[in-house]
Design a protein around this ligand. Sequence first.
Ligand SMILES: Nc1nc2c(c(=O)[nH]1)N[C@H]1C(S)=C(S)[C@@H](COP(=O)(O)O)O[C@H]1N2
Ligand SMILES: [Mo]
Length: 423
Amino acid sequence: MKRPSALDSADSTSITRRDFVRTNSAFAVAAFVGGLSTTRAAEVPAPPKPAHRPLITPAAKFSDVSRGNPKPHSLKGEALIQARLTPESWRLEITADTAANPTIKEIADISKPLTLADGNALDLAALLELGKKHSVRFLKAMQCLNIPAPLGQGLWEGVPLREVLRLCGRMNNVRRIYFWGFHNNDPKQLFRSSLSYTQAIETPPGELPAFLAYRLNGEPLSLIRGGPVRMVIPWAYGFKSIKWLQRIALTNDYRANDTYAEQNNDPESFLKTAAYIDGLPAKIPAGKPIAITGLVMAGLSGVKRVEYCLQRDDSKPGEPKVEAPEQWNEAQLEEPPADWSSVLPVGVASRQVLGFDSNTGKPATWPLRYSMISWTATLKGLAPGKYALRARAVDLNGFAQPEPRASQKAGRNALELREFQVM
Ligand SMILES: Nc1nc2c(c(=O)[nH]1)N[C@H]1C(S)=C(S)[C@@H](COP(=O)(O)O)O[C@H]1N2
Ligand SMILES: [Mo]
């Protein structure tokens, strides 16, 4: 399959645009057909009840964005042990600068580096032990900065990065935290990311901390999702959430070293509030209500509402399109579930999840920060013809997508378009 140019370059991501379109269409068609199937032909059709996507994506159903040749998650047996990617063999090394250079005038140093050579690299048992006291859980969507659909959403569980860094004792001259994962021992395959010291250590109230995840949806983090341990940076696009984490390097270099920055992406971008439209059948029978569905990502500036715009477009290919006035209508947002125990993994109470009120177990904001929910709308009485459908999110500041960010490389913010024909 040909990889479209808009996707991550310089890597062999295992996802293609066609995969996404197919996934999305399958869902939308299911919702559409499911909604209509309850009406008998002779009856006036009741408006279809659009189905919401489940709030939690099964770990294996996430779309995958993994580099490497061979891909680390394809390793088996002894190769997997050698790569230190089994729960028993996994180790995390934490080191500091070794030499000064023109940028690093005074090197970062820590009183207790954790290294394989010294035999004190962190193992999974020690990380889980740390988790007994400091573990955090939250619901968060994973999204690639270069793929026009979120990859999935899960309940992530792990230990804040600051608690892991505390194991290294006293720190001096640390301005940035660099981290990377297993890369087949080939420096060319290195995929790395970074945070500022403050971002790693301090969390604003109501925000989610940078953390090392070892569970997803109540299960140990699978190899394909970056297990045994991956970094998860809640506010950022996927490229900061380094899979197969094995190395943290503390530095007095003030610069971001993110691999993604080399591909023209803003390495400090936050998830952008944005709406996505599920696929629609290309042809839709006239006289029946049409259920449209999609997702909205609650990014840095939150979600006030989702709007859609439907325009007739009967221009022939090559002809200029008729510019109709844009009229935006409000879509319906998915409500918070009344019963979270049916959504969360067995044994997890919503009170224990960050972003929820620890007394009432209700979400403190809706949608939860850096999570996504479904939106729906019903189109009725459409005359035969060609249509163009757009959707946009309006954030809590009242900015309608794509505002206020102009640059696509600072966040997914283009308005999605779906074209279909009523006949
Ligand atoms: N080690 C490593 N971590 C990685 C990547 C990678 O190629 N290698 N891809 C990143 C990118 S660009 C994205 S979008 C997310 C995707 O996470 P997922 O595959 O679990 O959906 O992982 C990130 N972490
Ligand atoms: Mo990505």
